[in-house]
Design a protein around this ligand. Structure first.
Ligand SMILES: Nc1ncnc2c1ncn2[C@@H]1O[C@H](COP(=O)(O)OP(=O)(O)OP(=O)(O)O)[C@@H](O)[C@H]1O
Length: 621
């Protein structure tokens, strides 16, 4: 993928821009056709102007036929009035198309984003994504709405006027056309500079958007650390960083446009000078010269604008490249063409010699072999970074194993439809996610067709019902960003209710590490017990005290499963990692007598420390 700050090849992507715009306009071809018809009409209306001007000069000014003045003036007025009317109609029509294209494009981008796998989001900053959806789409909208009309009008005008000029006076036409190559030189000089600078501006704005999102999301931490002044200074620094390239963008465009204007000014002056000679030699009337100069102005205007447009087009091409980074990307984790039907899974999970690395050549899981029987509660424990979450990510098929196979009910995961697989799994994350919608809709998020009664049943099971009914509008209360604020414990129970409402065969639990008081903790444990009942559960355990009853505790270290067994079995291994983890969390037990039979096992967990019954995570994550 092209890095955000690398300027792309100046010609290739520009061709992509044309076909991309054509593709975007295709669904609106009728409206575009109407706009084109209006444009052609507007172009044709340019043609009588030089004749009317010539008539004014030759008949009225030099010929003294004042009786011709009213109809010549009325003719000019009618032409300009009709052009204004057509321009208005055209702007309205093209504006509609532009808005529709933007809506379609944002929709397609969001659709693609939803289908891309987590790996894309791992490597792409959120700010870059938002800036593409808002900023780059806006640039393209500008090109389509304000510029396509101009392009077509100007192209039409250029052709028609060149024809007319040729018919009137070949020598003056050559004078006019001699100036056109200057536009080409001007264009060549500025275009690639404008384009690469545009790419730099966009990359800088990605960083600004990213910073903005990150810092607004983390407002609480910013305030808690009294870092507001530092944040303001940091943001100002980022804006300053983007300021230089933005100013350069402006300068390049201004220089380019001004040179275009200068070239057309020089061209018209040359037409007048050459025209004067034609009059002196009796080959043209003064009216003929004035009207030819008017025609030249009609030609230089569009040529200058066309060249100017090229700069807008170059900027849009940079945006199209960036949008293409999303639109052309195919997800790597996809469902099979003919998936196996699974119905409701029994919950048998197998990791068969699984290895995986987020980056090529850097495995974080090496050779995981694990069989989880239906209905079993399995705890994953181990030092931080040992690969617990990664294992769960593979079970959800957020990523595919680099080698080995993961199976559900004996079926390889990559033979199942993705939504079928993910429907089987309820996830409760460490940091519960709440969306800005009603409490009821938050609960039914994983199963949108759940009835109100089912939502309430899930809420009761997860001990959400009591606080739900106390909210200002009960289950209809809007929560999440800008809505009613829930406490940490309430949000965790809401996440559990969401998982229960989905009624999954499997539960993945990334056990919360935040400190709740004893009462809050007890409520969560009760809600969790309701969620886990009768389901296969995979619990990433940070506090060993909560998983001692697990049917199987899997101890991981450095991407490998190093121990497996029940709490008692694992403790019995005096040199095992599990025992060391327990010692780190609960404190060293009294030295065991020599000989060590199970009766000598320490009475872990030790009594909870004061202040809420939470045990220290220490080195265990
Ligand atoms: N998205 C990612 N991209 C690249 N590397 C990653 C990614 N996620 C995790 N890792 C790396 O993979 C390794 C295993 O991480 P993982 O999150 O699975 O560990 P964990 O045991 O769940 O840790 P913790 O208990 O601290 O959450 C770590 O070295 C981590 O830095």
């Amino acid at each position: 993928m092209t890095g955000p700050s690398e300027p792309s090849d100046a010609r290739g992507p520009a061709r992509g821009t044309v076909s991309r715009i054509r593709e975007l306009l295709r669904p609106h071809r009728r409206t575009v056709g109407l706009a084109l018809a209006l444009t052609i009409l507007a172009c044709l209306l340019n043609l009588p102007v030089p004749f009317l001007v010539q008539g004014l000069v030759d008949r009225v000014v030099t010929g003294g036929r004042w009786s011709d003045l009213p109809w010549l003036a009325a003719g000019l007025l009618a032409v300009f009035g009709a052009q204004a009317g057509l321009a208005l109609a055209n702007t309205l029509v093209v504006g509609r198309v532009g808005q529709a294209v933007v809506r379609d494009l944002r929709h397609r981008l969001y659709d693609r984003l939803q289908r891309l796998d987590l790996a894309y989001f791992d490597r792409t900053p959120t700010g870059g994504i938002i800036s593409r959806l808002m900023d780059d789409v806006g640039v393209l909208q500008g090109l389509i709405t304000s510029q396509t009309v101009t392009i077509v009008t100007d192209l039409g005008t250029t052709l028609a006027v060149t024809g007319l000029l040729m018919a009137r006076n070949g020598r003056l036409t050559l004078v006019v056309l001699a100036f056109v190559p200057l536009y080409a030189v001007n264009f060549r000089y500025f275009m690639h500079r404008i384009r690469s600078n545009s790419a730099v501006v966009r990359a800088k704005m990605d960083i600004v958007f990213g910073l903005l999102k990150e810092k607004l999301d983390g407002t609480q931490v910013v305030k808690a650390c009294a870092s507001e002044p530092a944040e303001v200074a940091d943001f100002a620094g980022q804006l300053d960083d983007a300021h230089g390239p933005r100013v350069r963008d402006n300068t390049l465009r201004a220089a380019f446009s001004s040179l275009c204007v200068a070239i057309s000014g020089a061209g018209i002056a040359a037409v007048f000078a050459a025209g004067a000679l034609e009059v002196v030699h009796g080959r043209m009337t003064p009216g003929g010269v004035v009207s030819t100069a008017a025609l030249a102005a009609l030609l230089f205007g569009p040529v200058a604008r066309l060249a100017d447009l090229a700069s807008v087009f170059e900027q849009a091409a940079a945006s199209v490249d960036r949008l293409g980074e999303i639109l052309d990307l195919e997800p790597t984790v996809v469902g099979p063409a003919s998936p196996l039907a699974i119905g409701r899974a029994r919950g048998l999970v197998e990791f068969d010699r699984v290895g995986f690395g987020y980056e090529p050549g850097q495995p974080v899981l090496w050779d995981v072999r694990l069989r989880i029987e239906p209905g079993m509660k399995v705890a994953l424990v181990g030092p931080t970074g040992c690969g617990k979450s990664t294992l769960v990510n593979l079970l959800m098929r957020f990523y595919d194993p680099t080698w080995g196979e993961v199976r559900l009910d004996g079926l390889p995961l990559d033979r199942l439809a993705l939504d079928d697989l993910r429907r089987q799994v309820g996830v409760v994350l460490q940091e519960p996610v709440v969306f800005r919608q009603s409490l009821a809709d938050n609960i039914r998020y994983g199963r949108p067709d759940a009835s109100d009664a089912e939502v309430e049943a899930a809420a009761r099971s997860a001990l959400v019902h009591d606080f739900a009914t106390a909210l200002p509008e009960g289950y209809a209360t809007i929560i999440g960003e800008g809505g009613h604020k829930l406490s940490q414990g309430e949000r965790q129970r809401l996440a559990i209710a969401r998982a229960i409402c989905k009624d999954p065969a499997l539960v993945v639990l990334d056990e919360a590490t935040s400190s709740l008081d004893a009462a809050g903790e007890a409520l969560i444990q009760e809600a969790l017990a309701n969620l886990l009942r009768g389901r296969t559960a995979l619990v990433i355990a940070h506090r060993l005290a909560t998983v001692m009853d697990a049917g199987l505790i899997v101890v991981m270290d450095g991407g490998l499963v190093v121990q497996k067994g029940t709490h008692e079995q694992l403790l019995a291994d005096r040199h095992g990692l599990y025992r060391r983890l327990c010692a780190a969390q609960f404190g060293e037990p009294a030295p065991a007598a020599a000989g060590g039979d199970p009766g000598e096992l320490p009475a872990w967990p030790m009594p909870a420390p004061a202040g809420g019954g939470m045990l220290d995570r220490s080195s265990v994550s």
